[in-house]
Design a protein around this ligand. Structure first.
Ligand SMILES: [Zn+2]
Length: 130
């Protein structure tokens, strides 16, 4: 279940992402994803694309945010900083790392948001990310 939390939010079961306007998105898949690592990323679909990233990626608007949230979700679930991810992975082509655990990503538009969810098989030493 995904929800937008206002004000203070505290939960131990969910993974979270903060929106540009301060809202916090919580994804708590519960027992459905036992044995998996999961992460969520969301952006406001109509917000402006940062100029440098837009120029560098050649992407605009919703297409930028769709691919950006997919990259963020993949990077989070693999515990790679996004700044490293965008320098090493062809994220504008919706690419992933060639090795490591298999990662599934799905993206939806919900209200004013583009939301991407990533799920990876749990490897030894791994754990839920936030
Ligand atoms: Zn939560």
């Amino acid at each position: 279940m995904t929800s937008v939390a206002g004000g203070l939010h505290a939960c131990r079961d969910g993974t979270h992402t903060r929106l540009a306007d301060g809202r916090l998105l919580c994804w708590a898949p519960g027992p459905l994803l036992g044995g998996c690592v999961y992460a969520v990323d969301a952006e406001i679909a109509e917000q402006p694309v940062p100029r440098a990233l837009g120029r560098r990626s050649g992407l605009l608007g919703r297409e930028f945010w769709r691919l950006w949230t997919r990259a963020e979700a993949r990077a989070k679930v693999r515990d790679v900083p996004i700044i490293v991810w965008i320098d090493t992975v062809a994220w504008t082509a919706d690419a992933d790392l060639p090795d490591g655990p298999r990662v599934e990503v799905f993206t939806v538009e919900a209200g004013d948001l583009v939301v991407s969810y990533a799920v990876a098989e749990l490897t030894s030493g791994g754990g839920p990310t936030d």
